[in-house]
Design a protein around this ligand. Structure first.
Ligand SMILES: O=C(O)CCC(=O)C(=O)O
Ligand SMILES: [Fe+2]
Length: 306
């Protein structure tokens, strides 16, 4: 895409470098859908698969309405617009919002239904299971997600785990699409200490961490690799890759892939879920399973000697 046709985009409120060697579009892989071996190879090479037009649109739309109806019931949508338009209430900033889908049968139908289950069985080549917990984002104006890798939040089981990011509704570039840092999955040695960390693990021999994490139920660190996508990319190389997402699309990627989202520059709420899939026979991170997962709550805190 020529930079001339791009709107000005920001991440963490900083203007992104949109030149051709700094920014580009995700490669789509739906042409490989009938060939699991080719998909697996592409995933190893790129660290991600972007599959367009895959999920049943009626189910995605039903998921969207379930999220919007809950937001409306909580006073988070603009009262002068129809719920379906998904216009944020100007005075209620919106963020990460897991209550919208834990539980939510319409969302479970999309993310744990036969389409994605079949897709991941093909990728892993064996029976799979998913985390029961569903991450839900309803991002309002000026909100985006800082750069991070998912491993620091969910690395206590197998690391052969894939994230699936699903948008509920169209997500143009100005509306906070997810972006991945190209080839960052091949450079994990450069962020080894970060990737070895776990936001719910504290050092028993550091009193300030014991207080923050064990006693107060906080996190040892926020999990962000950087709050500056511009300087991070300059240091790391590669381009920030994103897309104008449509309902039915999804994006799946590895635990060590650096990703973030652009800021939402609109009044439209950006709705998405992220969920996780792995081989059924491998160890699983127990913070994210069961009817009422511990998540980042006290039951998931762990001490170690540092
Ligand atoms: O949707 C976002 O802004 C962040 C999503 C994310 O970090 C993920 O899918 O792992
Ligand atoms: Fe993430």
């Amino acid at each position: 895409m020529s930079t001339l046709t791009l709107p000005a985009l920001t991440a963490n409120k900083l203007p992104l470098d949109l030149s051709e060697d700094a920014f580009g579009m995700l490669r789509s892989s739906e042409d490989l859908l009938t060939d699991s071996a080719a998909l697996r190879q592409r995933l190893t090479e790129d660290g991600y698969l972007y599959i367009r037009n895959f999920l049943p649109k009626a189910e995605v739309q039903a998921g969207r309405m379930s999220l919007l109806n809950r937001l409306a019931a909580n006073g988070c949508l603009h009262p002068d617009h129809p719920v379906e338009a998904g216009i944020a209430h100007p005075e209620n900033p919106l963020f990460f919002n897991p209550k919208l889908a834990n539980p939510n049968p319409k969302i479970s139908r999309v993310v744990f239904g036969p389409e994605l289950t079949g897709f991941y069985e093909g990728i892993f080549g064996r029976p799979i299971r998913h985390f029961d917990y569903i991450w839900v984002r309803s991002l309002g104006r000026a909100v985006g997600t800082p750069a991070h890798c998912d491993l620091v939040y969910m690395g206590r089981g197998t690391h052969r785990l894939l994230t699936c990011w699903v948008p509920y509704g169209e997500v143009p570039l100005e509306q906070s699409p997810l972006m991945l840092l190209e080839n960052s999955h091949l450079k994990s040695d450069r962020i080894k200490n970060y990737l070895d960390s776990d936001v719910d693990t504290y050092c028993e021999n550091r009193p300030e961490e014991v207080k923050k994490v064990k006693e107060e139920g906080g996190w040892s660190h926020q999990g962000w690799l950087s709050q500056n996508c511009v300087s991070l990319r300059e240091k790391f190389g590669g381009r920030w890759l994103t897309a104008h997402f449509q309902p039915g699309d999804f994006l799946t990627f590895q635990m060590n892939m650096i990703h973030a989202s652009l800021d939402n520059q609109t009044d439209h709420v950006r709705l998405s879920t992220d969920t996780r899939y792995q081989s059924a026979s491998e160890p699983i991170d127990d913070r994210w399973i069961g009817e009422n997962p511990a998540a980042h709550g006290r039951a998931g805190k762990r001490g170690r000697i540092c």
